[in-house]
Ligand binder design. Structure first.
Ligand code: ATP
Length: 206
């Protein structure tokens, strides 16, 4: 099973990396593809350009076995729809099971995603709890919720599973705000990413 972890990664931080390491081990994922999105359909434009966000993800995942970068959404020039990404991946690897990895804050909004039922037809979903975000699954998710890990690992699409991970109370918003105020962020993201941010003067106040 391959994990797919999409996000703006503006910038990537330990709240992305550490829970996914735990999740990768717990579920025995062969690899995890980090997929920075180009134009996020649900949110404000990103602060850093795509080229910087991609480079920061490259630097961060270099330290982790089994983590890889997938830049396909940045190579498409349109809005990043997960359903299109999944169809692409399915064409490339027809026999592999894919599982989308997302925090609970992203998961609760799944029904607002473009063709979300088709997304579920193409992959499973693993949800991570996130500090400050509701812990309970929304009611619409009850019918696709697999409580047993062994059962979840046997199905190839349409199910969600909540993986317990150690909470990491970090967000990219916090990091951007701290950088703008020149407050230390060293413990929040890999040092290679921090150096990149400093070198390119990202997230400084304008
Ligand atoms: P921002 O603060 O700019 O909204 P973010 O820190 O939430 O950014 P994203 O790139 O938007 O980061 O998130 C990508 C994915 O990572 C989402 O599914 C989100 O729920 C998850 N995620 C981000 N931070 C954490 C965290 N600390 N713990 C668990 N999941 C997280």
């Amino acid at each position: 099973m391959i994990g797919l972890f999409g996000g703006t990664f503006d910038p990537i931080h330990f709240g992305h990396l550490w829970p996914v390491v735990e999740l990768q081990q717990a579920l025995g994922l062969d690899s995890v593809r980090f997929i920075p999105c180009a134009l996020p359909p649900h949110r404000q434009p990103t602060v850093a350009d795509a080229v910087h966000r991609l480079e920061m993800v490259r630097l961060a995942v270099a330290d982790y076995a089994g983590f890889v970068v997938d830049d396909r959404e940045l190579r498409r020039s349109n809005v990043s729809y997960t359903v299109d990404t999944l169809k692409d991946l399915r064409d490339e690897r027809p026999t592999i099971t894919f599982c989308l990895i997302m925090g609970m804050d992203a998961f609760v909004n799944l029904p607002t995603w473009h063709r979300w039922q088709d997304v579920l037809g193409l992959a499973n979903i693993v949800v991570m709890q996130r500090p400050g975000v509701q812990a309970a699954l929304p009611s619409w998710a009850q019918q696709i919720h697999c409580r047993q890990r062994s059962e979840f690992l046997r199905v190839s699409s349409g199910q969600c599973y909540v993986q317990e991970v150690s909470p990491v109370d970090i967000s990219a918003t916090q990091i951007r705000n701290r950088l703008a105020e020149q407050v230390d962020v060293e413990t929040m993201l890999p040092v290679t990413v921090l150096h990149y941010i400093q070198q390119h003067q990202l997230y400084t106040k304008t």
